[in-house]
Design a protein around this ligand. Structure first.
Ligand SMILES: Cc1cc2nc3c(=O)[nH]c(=O)nc-3n(C[C@H](O)[C@H](O)[C@H](O)COP(=O)(O)OP(=O)(O)OC[C@H]3O[C@@H](n4cnc5c(N)ncnc54)[C@H](O)[C@@H]3O)c2cc1C
Length: 376
């Protein structure tokens, strides 16, 4: 598979159809505009056969290595056609379905995610179970028709716009921790589900609380074994740190390019831009190595915590540099460009929280990679 030749085909296509792919709004746009744009771009890529690249043929893809789909996301994100994080949600949910759903279920649902006809969300975190995910208490109890779910999720990104949710629920005793959790995927319009949007710092209601009151789920919607949900979660997280990070790196490069293009008149500019460049280069090098391991069929594990630390460091560095070199832009700027810088700066603070906090990643690196003993 010649990735460079594929890239050329894609970039030629994006140039030719630039008007069709372009957003119809200035700057960051509203959340609704961003999501409409996301669906449009995914549908166009699907229609022209690019969304299929790098996905297995048995789920509607056209095959090829994961690097191929990482490259597609890189080009789309670098052109600012979509919000990087929204585009990359496919990269965690689809591989999980491919791995754990029955072949016919995966073949039915994965194309809907790839083509943008459906949005999915990830219901893991709860009010008392974030870093300590193994303590989650949203409960699934078996009945004669399948399962009945009661409980609450929190910080469920884009759940108010999603058709389906990949959910972790307690099926063992409260003490069973990671051994008593089962994964399901359910329809968000099932009776008993209430979604209450929560705003992030920028004001966008990007995630939500989700409440489950006697929600009936057929057993066919179970992913993996009963009480085997921990391996579903552990499969999903490393995916977030391979192809999805490649996309995010492209987004960060594009922002560093903007800083350079704006030619900041500040004596510190060369030094600060150099620091951000170095952080991004370290991230991209590491991310490339991770993608190559994925394509060799290696299992990604705790070592991807290093990728997460590098990503969060680089993201915050790029936006800190922008804030220093363009004083007042983020605090008081009132045009669409300033609004976008402000939203993205604020979002960069979340990079050390979502997908596992900075402290948790460092604990994993210390304990599992450096063998420095447990947290005590
Ligand atoms: C933008 C964004 C999007 C998100 N999207 C989703 C989503 O779609 N689905 C979903 O399920 N979740 C989502 N989350 C939630 C995210 O996974 C959690 O916020 C994260 O796991 C941390 O959990 P918490 O917020 O409960 O913080 P806590 O776990 O309560 O942590 C609070 C603080 O204590 C520190 N801490 C906790 N335990 C330890 C320890 N053992 N050692 C050292 N320090 C510790 C943490 O590092 C943190 O600083 C999202 C979060 C954000 C910010």
């Amino acid at each position: 598979m010649d990735i460079a030749a594929c890239r050329l085909r894609l970039t030629d296509h994006l140039d030719e159809f630039a008007d069709e792919y372009a957003p119809t709004f200035q700057g960051a746009g509203t959340l609704t505009q961003q999501l409409e744009q996301l669906s449009k771009v995914k549908a166009l890529l699907w229609e022209h056969g690019f969304a299929q690249w790098g996905w297995p043929e048995r789920v509607g893809g056209s095959g090829g290595p994961a690097m191929l789909r990482a490259m597609v996301g890189e080009e789309i994100v670098a052109r600012d056609l979509v919000v990087a994080g929204f585009f990359s949600m496919t990269e965690t949910l689809a591989p999980t379905l491919i791995e754990f759903a029955s072949p016919d279920v995966a073949a039915r649902f994965v194309p809907r995610i790839l083509s943008g006809s459906e949005m999915w969300c990830q219901g893991f975190s709860e009010p008392n179970a974030g870093s300590d995910l193994a303590s989650l208490s949203c409960r699934a109890v078996p009945d004669e028709d399948g399962w009945v779910i009661n409980g609450q999720k929190l910080w469920t990104s884009l759940s108010q716009f999603s058709q389906r949710c990949l959910l972790l629920a307690r099926t063992g005793t409260p003490e069973s921790r990671h051994r008593g959790i089962t994964a399901f995927f359910l329809d968000m319009d099932t009776p008993g589900i209430t979604v209450r949007p929560v705003a992030i710092m920028s004001g966008n209601a990007e995630f939500a609380e989700v409440f489950f009151d006697d929600v009936a789920v057929p057993d066919a919607r179970r992913l993996g074994e009963v009480d085997g949900g921990w391996s579903v979660a552990m499969t999903l997280l490393p995916f977030e740190r391979s192809t999805a990070f490649w996309h995010r790196t492209a987004f960060l490069w594009s922002r560093l390019d903007r800083i350079v293009a704006d030619d900041p008149k500040d004596d510190r500019a060369a030094y600060l831009i150099g620091e951000a460049f170095t952080a991004l280069h370290a991230l991209r090098s590491r991310s490339l190595a991770t993608l190559q391991r994925l394509d060799r069929g290696e299992t990604l594990g705790p070592e991807t915590s290093i990728d997460k630390v590098l990503m969060a460091t680089a993201e915050q560095k790029v936006f800190d540099v922008a804030r220093t070199l363009f004083p007042g832009l983020m605090e008081t700027g009132d045009d669409a460009d300033a609004q976008q810088w402000r939203d993205e700066f604020l979002y960069s603070r979340a990079a050390t929280i979502y997908g596992g906090t900075g402290e948790i990643q460092r604990n994993i690196i210390a304990r599992r990679l450096l063998d420095l003993g447990d947290e005590r």
